[in-house]
Design a protein around this ligand. Structure first.
Ligand code: BTN
Length: 335
């Protein structure tokens, strides 16, 4: 093995090569080797490493070369920034090819003192995190995964309701795109045609009584890859199935970021109140027999919507009780 071959197992070549292959066209090993200044063996090895590290298939055809089965429109910092309405001074966009979890990454940045408004998008999450310790299946290049760091300098009313406000932000964006059949499942799942289209994971750093940082993680199914489809254990849908969406992934990223920031600015000043009516209007389970799954018990009742702070109201023996966490299901349904 040449020194070059050893060096190519390093990530930069894999990343450059992957970016090149995202055009979906065939590239000969020879041309790629020339372009990146390495041997053809090194290119072959890097392709192998990409399939492993990004859980991707690369077509390798004699006489034609390598290609990804489908072209991917990569997320691009300047494309997102130029499509955004929010002032660039307040928001710092980063795009990564791969990360374990954008939420985990941004939590680290928060601990290192990174500024409020740092937004990280990734093409692929090796260990995407869902609510209640679940995995968020995050195949390469099809969906949107992003986390936004937001610092609150003083205690904010209704912080536990923040996820509900972010759910409203998602519904607003999706409606602008012409998607119909949208509902919210408490606390913040976005459903379309009764299947999960997007999820929100809020993580907190600092003291509730003082300045603290919040990481708002959003996963939106845009176009789910066929291999990932089999890994998801909930009833789900992606935008490609939900309707014709006439915007690019970069534009969609900008729309999402704009709306999330707008909602956060209002939430910081006024809490959940300005979003409660919109949330209630989309409530999937209003007046239905439901089960609330907590860590160690299942509570049954009739869902009576949310209170003004975002708590779930469950009617049990003619009494209304408030709940602040848990997983909702229609009574007797598996998911
Ligand atoms: C849920 O379980 O519904 C919440 C899913 C949140 C997924 C997003 S994807 C971007 C961000 N990074 C993560 O690891 N999780 C969130």
């Amino acid at each position: 093995m040449t020194r070059q071959d050893i060096l190519v197992t390093a990530m930069p070549l894999q990343h450059d090569l992957l970016r090149q292959l995202c055009d979906g066209r065939f590239h000969s090993g020879e041309a790629l080797a020339r372009q990146f200044g390495v041997t053809r063996t090194a290119i072959w090895k890097a392709c192998k490493a990409i399939t492993r590290n990004f859980d991707l298939r690369i077509d390798a055809v004699n006489g034609r070369g390598y290609r990804l089965p489908e072209a991917v429109e990569l997320l691009d910092k300047s494309a997102i920034e130029s499509a955004m309405q929010t002032s660039q001074e307040n928001i710092d966009v980063h795009t990564l090819l791969s990360v374990d979890s954008t939420n985990r990454h941004v939590m680290d940045l928060a601990a290192q003192g990174e500024a409020s408004g740092t937004a990280v998008f990734a093409e692929y999450q090796r260990a995407g995190r869902g609510r209640r310790g679940r995995t968020w299946v995050s195949p390469f290049g099809g969906n949107l995964y992003f986390s936004l760091l937001w610092r609150f300098t003083q205690p904010v009313a209704d912080l536990p309701g923040l996820g509900l406000a972010v759910g409203v932000a998602l519904v607003r964006v999706l409606r602008k795109l012409g998607i119909s059949g949208l509902e919210l499942k408490w606390p913040n799942d976005v459903l379309c045609q009764r299947r999960k289209l997007a999820g929100v994971l809020i993580e907190l750093q600092g003291e509730m009584s003082g300045p603290y940082a919040v990481v708002i993680g959003i996963g939106l199914n845009v176009r789910m890859s066929s291999t990932a489809k089999q890994e998801i254990d909930q009833s789900w849908i992606d935008l490609a199935t939900a309707g014709e969406v006439a915007v690019s992934r970069n534009q969609l990223a900008a729309l999402l970021l704009d709306e999330t920031v707008a909602v956060l600015q209002v939430f910081t000043e006024q809490g959940l109140a300005p979003f409660v009516d919109e949330w209630r209007e989309c409530d999937r389970f209003r007046d239905q027999d439901v089960e609330l799954h907590l860590a160690d018990q299942v509570i049954r009742g009739i869902a009576r919507g949310i209170d003004e702070h975002g708590a779930l109201l469950l009617e049990q023996q003619q009494q209304l009780k408030r709940y602040y966490s848990g997983d909702m299901r229609l009574r007797g349904m598996e998911v």
